[in-house]
Design a protein around this ligand. Structure first.
Ligand code: IMP
Ligand code: MG
Length: 182
């Protein structure tokens, strides 16, 4: 069984992702040149973005991790639950949330609101992907890599039932994969 066989179309090639992440890193370095910042990586989808941002960043940043569960299969449920919280307090700190994708906005608006109650100095958001046409609640994206159509995509950290995260590109999953019964 090969994961590539389940992909209908490659949307963003690995080399394009790497190039764009370099550009995002440069923007982030410029904006946080004189400030400390905590990258809050949302597990597990954003780990690859975190690692590739980090490759290109040479100012002092720290990492922390949070896991939320909001998504069942290929449809958003709107119910967000923290399954792993940050290790350290964030009051007075600059926070950059690193997330794989902004879809309906429900997850990130919840996370941002919740982190703000802990009195950080600032909270910004960076995602690799932005599904502009899928928004239910408005969320300000400070940095994003690519705007994509309202299709279910996998790869570069994004999963369907925990699979496909290891693909190096972003691909549209064949509908037959998520329409078929288990
Ligand atoms: P939102 O709350 O609808 O914005 O969804 C955010 C979460 O849903 C992301 O963190 C992803 O884990 C997941 N998600 C949304 N769209 C996709 C997709 O096309 N492929 C895989 N996961 C997705
Ligand atoms: Mg996710």
């Amino acid at each position: 069984m090969n994961l590539n066989d389940d992909i209908q179309q490659i949307l963003i090639k690995s080399s394009e992702i790497q190039q764009r992440v370099k550009e995002l890193s440069a923007e982030i370095v410029k904006d946080y040149r004189d400030e400390d910042v905590i990258f809050v990586c949302i597990l597990k989808g954003a780990v690859r973005l975190l690692v590739d941002l980090a490759r290109n960043i040479d100012i002092p940043v720290t990492f922390d991790f949070m896991e939320v569960s909001s998504y069942k299969g290929s449809r958003s449920t709107g119910i967000v639950r923290i399954t792993k919280d940050l290790k350290n307090p964030i009051d007075g700190k600059n926070i950059l949330i690193v997330e794989d994708i902004l879809d309906t906005g429900l997850t990130l608006s919840y996370i941002k609101r919740m982190l703000k109650t802990r009195n950080p100095k600032s909270v910004k958001i960076c995602t690799l992907l932005n599904k502009k046409d899928a928004r239910i609640v408005d969320v300000k994206l400070d940095y994003f890599g690519f705007a994509i159509p309202n299709k279910f995509v996998v790869g570069y950290g994004l999963d369907y039932k925990e699979r496909y995260r290891n693909l190096n590109y972003i691909g549209i999953l064949k509908e037959s994969i998520y329409k078929r019964r288990k």
